[in-house]
Design a protein around this ligand. Structure first.
Ligand code: NAP
Ligand code: MG
Length: 401
């Protein structure tokens, strides 16, 4: 059989623990037999990040800039315990954080929906994609707690020397204060990423903030989104999709009675909280895809779960595990489809879609990993399988069609 050719390499970022094991199995079973795979390989596994003083993460992000499409395996973000476990030189920063900052990207997370698992919200029929603005607000805050009364002021000193001073509050006794910020440029590039992704995936965009209360801060989000949308308006009309702004509380209420099938653009904190709600209500973290999109059209695909440490420790003891590879497979298919689209290799795009369909078919046949068996309608479960058997079932299904 002739393998599907590629022209531009994919940036391949390998990772850690159980997902590193899955990574190789997925490539060997589902991709290499069919695609003449071209990748530029970066080993983001923690030992190699440590050896290279994390330079490999920076190199991988730069390669992603150069080639435009990357696929990333889950990686460990070290903490104190990992420092000891891996005997690290330094507590390296989250690779995802580094890459996101370098690409100035927005993360879109979409659940993979199957019949056998009903969303906890009855009205939801199609996946809801959360687009989280990932800069500033409470994540880059400055806080004060005092044990006495006093006055807190907000002072801005412009580069021109112009000073703006406002009293936050005069307190009689102990209290707390918080200063947060955002940048017009960051909100603007977020808006571009959201609207481009909406056109790419032909979905409506909802955006909610609290501009009735936060007239200036949240008001700026609303204004900048609306201003950037003007550049997309015609293309949205042609594509038959829409952008709509509403208050965040109204957005939450509408989401709960919607049928899904749209992009929910969220401010940083709302996105943090709501993505956990949406993921849980749709079923499982192992069924959640994630793509980082930069405003200049660079794509990095990954799974949204971590390295599944507990399964890895069992694997190291020689035990077989029932780890769900769906999100990692969809990261590969997402990247290959995008590469096919950009390089005009329709066979490559078709391959990605066909492999995704084979995965969904296997699940619809009731062949599932353990995590899904626990969530699915028992009447729709035929067989609980180990990872290797699941991948083999997908390969057989793929070969049938
Ligand atoms: P996790 O790896 O997502 O795992 C949490 C639990 O969720 C697992 O123990 C497992 O439950 C279940 N689970 C997650 N993915 C699964 C899958 N594919 N198949 C079956 N079950 C799955 O999160 P974590 O334990 O908080 O983090 C582990 C490491 O991952 C950390 O070092 C963290 O830094 C890293 N991390 C990386 C990323 C990333 O690179 N994108 C994201 C998050 C975390 P059971 O054990 O009960 O089966
Ligand atoms: Mg969260």
């Amino acid at each position: 059989m002739n393998k599907i050719p590629m022209t531009t390499p994919l940036v391949e970022m390998d990772g850690d623990e159980m997902t590193r094991i899955l990574w190789k199995k997925i490539k060997d079973t589902l991709i290499l037999p069919y695609v003449d795979l071209k990748t530029e390989y970066y080993d983001l596994g923690l030992p190699h990040r440590d050896e290279t003083n994390d330079q490999v993460t920076i190199d991988a992000a730069e390669a992603t800039r150069k080639y435009g499409v990357a696929v990333k395996c889950a990686t460990i973000t070290p903490n104190q315990q990992r420092m000891e476990e891996y005997n690290l030189h330094e507590m390296w920063k989250s690779p995802n954080g580094t890459i996101r900052a370098m690409l100035d990207g927005t993360v879109f997370r979409t659940p993979i929906v199957i019949d056998a698992i009903s969303p906890a919200v009855r009205s939801w029929k199609a996946p809801i994609t959360i687009a989280r603005h990932a800069y500033g607000d409470v994540y880059k805050n400055v806080e004060i707690r005092t044990d006495e009364g006093g006055t807190c002021e907000l002072v801005f000193t412009g580069d021109s020397g112009n000073v703006i001073r406002k009293t936050v509050q005069k307190l009689e006794g102990p209290g707390i204060f918080q200063g947060i910020h955002n940048k017009d440029a960051s909100i603007r590039s977020y808006a571009h990423a959201v609207f481009s992704y909406a056109l790419d995936t032909k979905q409506d965009v909802w955006f909610g903030a609290k501009d009735t209360i936060s007239k200036t801060y949240d008001g700026a989000f609303r204004e900048i989104m609306a201003e950037v949308f003007e550049e997309y308006k015609e293309r949205f009309e042609k594509a038959g999709i829409s952008y709509f702004y509403t208050l965040i509380d109204d957005a939450v209420a509408r989401v709960m009675r919607s049928e899904g099938g749209f992009i929910w653009a969220c401010k940083n904190y709302d996105g943090d909280v709501m993505s956990d709600m949406v993921a849980t209500a749709f079923g499982s973290l192992a069924m959640m895809t994630s793509v980082l999109v930069s405003p200049d059209g660079i794509y990095e695909y990954e799974a949204s779960h971590g390295t599944v440490t507990r399964h890895y420790y069992r694997y190291l003891k020689g035990e077989q595990t029932s780890t769900n590879p769906m999100a990692t497979i969809f990261a590969w298919t997402g990247a290959l489809k995008k590469r096919g689209e950009l390089d005009q290799i329709p066979e490559l795009t078709a391959f990605g879609s066909k492999l995704e369909q084979a995965c969904l078919n296997v699940l619809e046949q009731g062949i599932m990993t353990k995590d899904l068996v626990l969530l699915a309608d028992p009447a729709k479960v035929k067989r609980e399988v180990l990872t290797d058997d699941f991948l083999e079932a997908i390969r057989e299904e793929f070969e049938k069609n």
